[in-house]
Each structure stands twice: as C-alpha cells, then as structure tokens.
Write a protein that binds this ligand. Structure first.
Ligand code: WTA
Length: 651
C-alpha cells in the first residue's frame, strides 16, 4: 500500500486552470462567526491552547488536568476531564432559551414530517436511555444500530452516549453479511433496528436483514425494533422487542453519566486496504470539541440558521455533522430519510424551500447528478433562504463547484469544500467562509491548529505527494478496534510520528491544498469508501471464480466506478449471466454500494514476476488510456489481449 505512487493521471493542471478566486463579500465578513485574520497565527503559536479554548465552550462536569498527552501514535486530549455528550447536546440547551427551539426537523421519504424541539429530543433520549439502562446495558458496552434515517436513530445514539455505552452505527445499505461481520467484531449483544425504511419509493427490509445477520451471531441477546414501514416482520420471542414496548414505563429521566474525556464514544466501521473493515475508535472529549468548533466556524452557524447535511448518519459525516456538531451547538438540524429523486428530481430543493434551509452540506457526486438532471429542478423552487453551501466526501471538480455556487447558491453563497475522514472525526482542511478566498476545486487551507503537509516519498515537504498530519488534533481516531498493529501499520509507519492519510495532494503557490484522491487500494464510489480487497474477496467467494482484481475507474457522476477483472475456474463459461450473477453476489456480500459496474473476464491477470497484480495497468485499460510501463510484467502479452478484449466488450 505504502508503495503506491500518487496517480499521475489526475489532471491537476486542468484543476489549476480554474483561476477564478472568490474572496468573501464584505457583508459576509462583517457578520461571520469567525472573521479574525489572526486566528491562524494564534492557533499555530500554541495549538494545544487553541483547542483548550474550544473545549471550554462545552460543559464539563470536571475540568481536565492536562490538555494533551501525546505518545505517538496515541494521543489523549483533556486528560482527567469529565463530560457527557448527550448532556452537551441536550441538557444545557433545555436549561436555557433553546428549550423550545427546533433541534431536529425530519422529513420522511413519503412526505411525512416531524419537528422535535430540544425539549422533545431531551425527553425521548432520556426515556430510551432509561430503558437501555433498565435492560442492563452498561457503560462501555457496544450497541449496534442498523436503522433508517428516522429521528429514533439520533435518539438511540444520544441515549447510548447518555449512559456511556458506545454505538456502532451501520449504514442501512449494508448487507446482512456485512452487518454480521461488524456485530461480531464489536461484540455487541444488543441491536437496534426497524421493520424497514423508505428508499426511492420502495422499502429496505432492515429487520429481515438483521434476522439474516444474526443467524451467525449468537452473542446478540436483544433486538429492539422500531415500527416505521408497518410491513410484517418476524419477531423472535425472547430476543426481539418493539421499540414502543421497550420504552413503555421506562423512567422519564435518566441522568447523564459523567464520562472520562478519553472514554470510548463510538465505533464506526470503514473500509481499509485489506478485505476486513476497521472499527475506527472515537472517544469523548476531544471528538466533541473538534466537531463542535468546526461545525460552528466552518458553517458560520448563527442562531437563526436552518442547517441541512444530506449525508446518511451511517457514515461519519452524519455522525459529526447531522448529530453531534449541530446539536452540541444548539442548532436546528434537518434530516431526510430518502433519495433525491423521489417522487421527483427536485426533492432536495423542495426540502430547502419548505423548511427555509440556510446552510446545505452535500457531496460532489450528488452535485454532479443534479448537473446532469438539469437546472429546471432547482429552478422550480425558491432557494433564496440559502446563504452557505458545503461539500464533502471526494474531490470536487471546479465545474461542479461553480455550478453549485451559481445554480444552487445563486452566486451569493460561499462554497466550503471540506476535507476529512472517518479517522479524523471532524473537518481538517477547509475554508473559513469569513476569511478564506475560495478557489473552485481546492479545499483551501488547514483549519486553525491543524498541521497538514504534503510530503514526498522521503518525507520532505513537496508540491505534490502524500497528505499527512504532523500534529495531533482532538477528534483523531484513538485506534482500530481490536487491532492495534493494523492501526500502527496503516497510519503511522510510512513516516515517523506523522499520520498518513492515504490521500494524494498538491499545493499551489498560495499554499492551498488540492486533494487528488486515494493513493492506496481504497476506492471512492459516490463518496463511499470501498476497498478493492473487500470486493475481490467477495468475488473469489463465488464458486465460479478463481481470481479477481478490482479497480476504481474514473466515472463522471460517481467519481469512481468499480471494475472487476475476473478469472473463472476451468470449465466455467464467462457468460453475461455469470456477469450479472457476480455483480449480484458482491451486492449480497457487501451491499449495493459495492456492486461492480463492469466485470471483465480474463484468462489471466497482468502480474509482476513476483506475482503482484498490476492494478495501475488495469486502470489504464478500464479508462481507455495507453498502457503505462509494462516492463516489470511477467507476461506482457496478457495485458495486450486484455486491453483488446475490454475494448471489444465496451463497444
Ligand atoms: C475523501 C468522509 C477530496 C478522501 C468525510 C478521504 C475528500 C476520504 C474530501 C474519507 C474532500 C473526503 N476533497 N477528498 N473535500 N472529503 N475525501 O472516511 O479520499 O468516508 O480520505 O470520510 O474521502 O472518506 P470517509
């Protein structure tokens, strides 16, 4: 993995040709939450002090003794401090004027809607937390949550944090096998799910998937099932219980457990460069400090804002910027259950209009989809409430950036392109909209107090190379659940005491960062991380497959699409039926997000003399480029024949 070179084919020159710059308007600067030019220098002088100031904006039961203990690769923030995340997101708001403010504005895909004030949310969370506690869930236990995008999802998360249990939220698009693997790894004994959720006019059978997942997970003793779609489900007696029955007669109040700053807050599984997903560990005080401060400054959060992040809570973006950041800041956060094209392709803009959304945070893949659908959909709606736009998940091409700015933002809203990862917990490279001159396609500069750099292979600062982080930051991952060796190997072994992100980047003459995508074997498909190895193991798990090599090829909408080169076992016919079967097999093993777009059957795969598959050449083939250096191949004929076969198939 560490050998991989920054992809030479990314057209940075094309990116840098977009010379337009967008300085913040005077009016915006004037009322911006953060408009102090000196803030970067201040934070640089003493980054620990800088983060301490941010942490002081939270409620602590007990102050910390030491702000940072840094024994690479392990950092401890706010050592000795005690706090509770749910207390910070709820209690301190209901004690003040925010009590009746809308905390959560939720819209279901069928068009149903709920608004929960801070008081409503407080009540619901207390009750569910009391019920969990009564059921015997304890501090430190891991609770798996596999739910649709409904208010009970953040309620369940906040209830866990209230009693000190850690949640492991699994995206509703994952397959039963993927769910099983994650339950098993986290050793959860309790799962929270729903009968189903609505998606693109249909339903997702979450309970059925859970049943299937649990067939191999005898450790799970309790399944709490929320009724959402009302479709019939099987309830296993002694194990399954309806949400409403579970909370019935539970206490109305459940005190928030004072947690140590470094106590486990949650696990979130993400793909790495091996087949096995990693449970990223986040802890309490540093994480909450990081998400709260970044959310407030980057989205320029004011009291009258209606903030909407379109991500799914199953991903880190939803954890940090639908739930924890916004609620800790006492904001109004919008949550939508379904897809952007149901019942029509204007759904997002209808939501903006209906709730008067002022800040919208979405992904480049969505923006490119909207571009393809055409301007008529946003034009149907009144988007004049919007005042700030955000982007996350993958590099945003300047064309999409400018379209977003012009068509959605009406040319008046700054666009903040925010770079970060599941591992980083919160945004690290980003504009501050009241300070930063924007350049379309660039995530601009590190957040104050963040020490990002681009290094070459030898570890020297370079114009182009690997993106690294040289100093610890409060929301950083504290490890990989159950696998400390992998933690060290993955992030801390390329350079001494420096965090390696796995991303390539360039810097321009102003020091701005331009992200170039992953340099390891992780694909980014519609903003979702999928490991090539994970898809390969799903493929070779099929009885007809002998060998498989998977790559991400450039795709106009998705960023990357999955292409799989497959060698079938002898006697098997590489037929179109088998192609479909294999695509379905991968979707079944991992989830629909990992379904390959292309399957190319090949008698052999291009390998080096030492047997390593040369993915770079496969990418050249799939993207229709002239083949790069083939001199290290064991048999150059393999790749030539594969190329002509691929071209034939595409034609
Ligand atoms: C990519 C999502 C360019 C990057 C928050 C990173 C980005 C991976 C950006 C993390 C951005 C995220 N510009 N690339 N603004 N944001 N990425 O863990 O490759 O799902 O390493 O976290 O997404 O994906 P993850």
């Amino acid at each position: 993995m560490a050998q991989a070179k920054v992809k030479a084919d990314v057209p940075i020159e094309a990116l840098l040709k977009e010379k337009r710059k967008f300085p913040p308007s005077k009016a915006f600067v004037k009322s911006a939450v953060m408009n102090r030019k000196t803030i970067y220098a201040e934070a640089q002088r003493n980054y620990v002090k800088f983060w301490e100031q941010r942490a002081r904006e939270l409620h602590w039961f007990k102050p910390w003794k030491k702000a940072l203990e840094w024994r690479p690769p392990y950092a401890k923030w706010f050592v000795g401090g005690k706090l509770n995340v749910s207390y910070n997101c709820l209690d301190r708001h209901v004690e003040g004027p925010r009590k009746t403010r809308a905390a959560l504005i939720w819209e279901g895909e069928p068009g149903d809607s709920r608004v929960l004030t801070y008081w409503d949310l407080y009540r619901e969370v207390n009750r569910f937390a009391a019920a969990l506690k009564r059921h015997g869930v304890r501090k430190g236990d891991r609770v798996t949550i596999y739910m649709p995008m409904v208010p009970e999802l953040p309620i369940a998360m906040l209830a866990c944090t209230r009693i000190g249990a850690a949640h492991s939220v699994i995206f509703g698009g994952f397959s039963p096998e993927a769910v099983r693997e994650r339950i098993h790894d986290a050793e959860s004994t309790l799962v929270i799910t729903a009968d189903g959720g609505y998606r693109r006019g249909g339903t997702v059978p979450l309970k059925k998937n859970t049943d299937e997942a649990l067939r191999g997970a005898p450790g799970v003793k309790t399944v709490i099932v929320l009724k959402r779609t009302g479709e019939p489900v099987e309830m296993q007696s002694g194990r399954d219980i309806w949400w409403d029955d579970f909370v019935k007669d539970a206490g109305a109040r459940c005190p928030a457990e004072p947690m140590d700053s470094e106590d486990l807050l949650y696990l979130l599984y993400t793909s790495g460069s091996t087949g096995k997903p990693k449970g990223i560990i986040h802890t309490t005080g540093g994480y909450l400090t990081g998400v709260t401060a970044t959310h407030k400054w980057i989205f320029d959060l004011h009291d009258d804002d209606v903030y909407w992040c379109t991500a799914d809570i199953g991903w880190v973006t939803g954890h940090s910027y639908i739930v924890y950041g916004p609620l800790a800041n006492g904001a109004t956060t919008v949550m939508y259950e379904g897809t952007p094209d149901y019942p029509d392709k204007d759904r997002f803009w209808r939501i903006v209009e209906k709730y008067g959304v002022t800040i919208c945070y979405t992904a480049p893949t969505a923006i490119r989809t909207f571009m393809k659908w055409g301007e008529e959909y946003p034009k149907r709606c009144d988007l004049s409430s919007l005042r700030l736009l955000g982007s996350v998940g993958e590099p945003i091409n300047p064309e999409a950036w400018v379209w977003y700015w012009k068509v959605i933002g009406g040319g008046r809203c700054p666009v903040v392109d925010t770079w970060w990862q599941t591992e980083t917990g919160h945004i690290l490279i980003t504009p501050l909209p009241g300070l930063t001159t924007l350049k379309p396609g660039s995530a601009t500069l590190p957040f104050p107090g963040v020490d990002a750099e681009v290094l070459d292979e030898k570890g020297n600062p370079a114009k182009s190379g690997y993106l690294v982080l040289r100093k610890p930051w409060p929301g950083m991952l504290r490890g990989i659940w159950g696998d400390p060796d992998r933690f060290v190997k993955q992030y801390w072994s390329k350079y001494d005491n420096i965090y390696f992100t796995g991303d390539g980047a360039k810097r321009d003459e102003d020091g701005y960062f331009w992200l170039l995508g992953r340099v390891d074997d992780v694909m980014n498909v519609s903003g979702h991380r999928v490991s090539t190895m994970e898809v390969e193991s799903a493929l070779v798990d099929h009885k007809s497959v002998a060998e498989a090599a998977v790559i991400g090829k450039m795709h106009d909408i998705k960023g990357q699409a999955i292409a799989a080169f497959v060698t079938v076992k002898s006697g098997v016919d590489g037929s179109p039926q088998l192609m479909d079967e294999l695509k379905g097999h991968v979707a079944k093993k991992i989830g629909a997000l990992a379904r390959p777009d292309d399957i190319i059957f090949s008698a052999e795969l291009p390998k080096t003399r030492s047997g390593k598959i040369m993915r770079r050449l496969l990418r050249d083939i799939a993207e229709g480029r002239a083949l790069g250096d083939t001199t290290t191949l064991a048999d150059p004929a393999v790749v030539a024949s594969l190329k002509s076969k691929y071209e034939e198939q595409e034609a």
